[in-house]
Design a binder for this molecule. Sequence first.
Ligand code: NAP
Length: 248
Amino acid sequence: MPAHVLILGGTAEARRLAADLAARPGLRVTTSLAGRVARPAALPGEVRTGGFGGPEGLADWLRVHDVDALVDATHPFAESITANAARAARVAGVPAVVLRRPGWRPGPGDRWHDVPSLAGAAVVLPGLGRRVFLSTGRLGLAAFAHLPDLHFVVRSVDPPEPPMPPDTDVILARGPFTVADETRLLRAHRIDVLVTKDSGGEATAAKLTAARDLGLPVVVVRRPALPAGVTAVPDVAGVLRWLDAGAG
Ligand code: NAP
């Protein structure tokens, strides 16, 4: 087991991993947060916040802080930091692994429309309904700002900033949400169609079940590919196995 593990965080898995590693005697664990959420929930172990200054900055951080293993447990759509982490680990000679939870797959009864990007979602939306639940996070609303005829409901932890669609209701809330919560929300706002990123995992999947139960279409923004050559595991257990095997 390495002596100092840096976790690039911002996900439920990063939090679970930090809790597991922080409980191990003699192991130093640092979680790095981008600083997007104003008051993040407390995390076990050490926490640092803010960008590193690109891959070179991250490589310097790895060296200066004697990091023995890097775990990129960022969100599947956090494309830049994942590219930076792969490059920084290579430059600094630090073993690295990406924790990438599997994407969602439709089941019987699901009415999913796959698109490659938020811009692609904006293209198909007008054909699917007028009242839209956008659960894609507060960043990226600009992709829908040119759709004045649609009514949007946006849910985020912190208030979104413009540009955003002119007809938007904002709900400030932090998950997890149950299927009952999501069904209530979709009904209360008379939602016709839901937009989600293919985040994967259980924590935010309740809205998909609610949409299926209500027979609503879902626009699914598919995730970006991982950088070439990285080692990836699907869950926290996979990271622990990788670390226990010497992070090679
Ligand atoms: P991004 O576009 O991939 O990254 C943009 C820049 O933010 C990076 O170049 C880096 O700055 C900094 N950064 C990102 N994650 C960081 C981290 N964990 N620690 C330190 N710096 C970080 O990232 P994003 O999509 O904005 O996501 C930001 C954070 O929110 C990530 O930690 C991610 O796990 C979390 N998150 C993202 C989403 C999503 O849908 N994108 C959803 C839920 C949570 P420098 O180049 O200066 O180092």
